[in-house]
Design a protein around this ligand. Structure first.
Ligand code: IMP
Length: 196
């Protein structure tokens, strides 16, 4: 349940290998409107999204279908975790340029974080993921979305972007580090007992 095609693609890549047919949740051809409450944590926002989604599934008589929701954001260490749960709003108001202007010059540490919820038709599974990295000093790259052009991930397992931002690498490279992919993998792990 998202209007973001980037999120949808990552969900497809993560779930399709396990036999799921991942589709965008639409009602009458439209992304259903949900209220994203002002919460302190991504977990609280994800909980609010899944309960609204379940209500919608009930209203259309499809509560036995599976439903996936996710909430994510950029957490900048020197800004006390800002923009965090307000990431979408802040991006809309001041953009990546605005973030670069208010950033500390020395401490550039930041992380993308994601909290996902999956309704399997009978119960809700939870997943969380973090992608640590650094905010660079300029905007670089056209790929991805949101804060991707100012974020360079730390190396993870055998993967490195060699100093490139998420905006400068292809989606399959980004997915090796992705906070969202880690949250979805967390859910797949919890689902293991149900699908295997
Ligand atoms: P929401 O989860 O739709 O409420 O919004 C999350 C916001 O965080 C997005 O609008 C982006 O601004 C930012 N964000 C989340 N994940 C990513 C990512 O993978 N790359 C870049 N920005 C992201």
């Amino acid at each position: 349940m998202t209007g973001n095609q980037g999120k949808l693609l990552e969900a497809k890549h993560a779930f399709s290998p396990f036999g799921f047919n991942v589709e965008q949740f639409l009602i009458d051809g439209k992304v259903p409107e949900i209220i994203e409450p002002q919460c302190e944590t991504l977990d609280d926002v994800a909980d609010a999204k899944i309960s609204q989604g379940l209500q919608l599934l009930k209203e259309i008589g499809k509560e036995k279908d599976a439903l996936l929701v996710e909430d994510s954001g950029l957490f900048i260490e020197s800004l006390g975790g800002f923009p965090g749960v307000y990431s979408a709003y802040v991006l809309d108001k001041i953009g990546c340029e605005g973030i670069l202007k208010i950033m500390d010059d020395v401490n550039r540490k930041a992380s993308f974080q994601a909290s996902a919820r999956f309704w399997d038709g009978t119960k809700v599974h939870k997943g969380n993921g973090i992608c640590p990295g650094n905010i660079i000093h300029s905007i670089r790259g056209e790929n991805g979305f949101g804060y991707d052009p100012i974020f360079v991930p730390l190396d993870y397992l055998e993967f490195s972007t060699d100093g490139l931002t998420f905006g400068e690498v292809k989606i399959d490279m980004k997915e090796n580090f992705s906070h969202r992919k880690k949250a979805l993998d967390d859910i797949l792990l919890s689902l293991k007992n149900v699908i295997m």
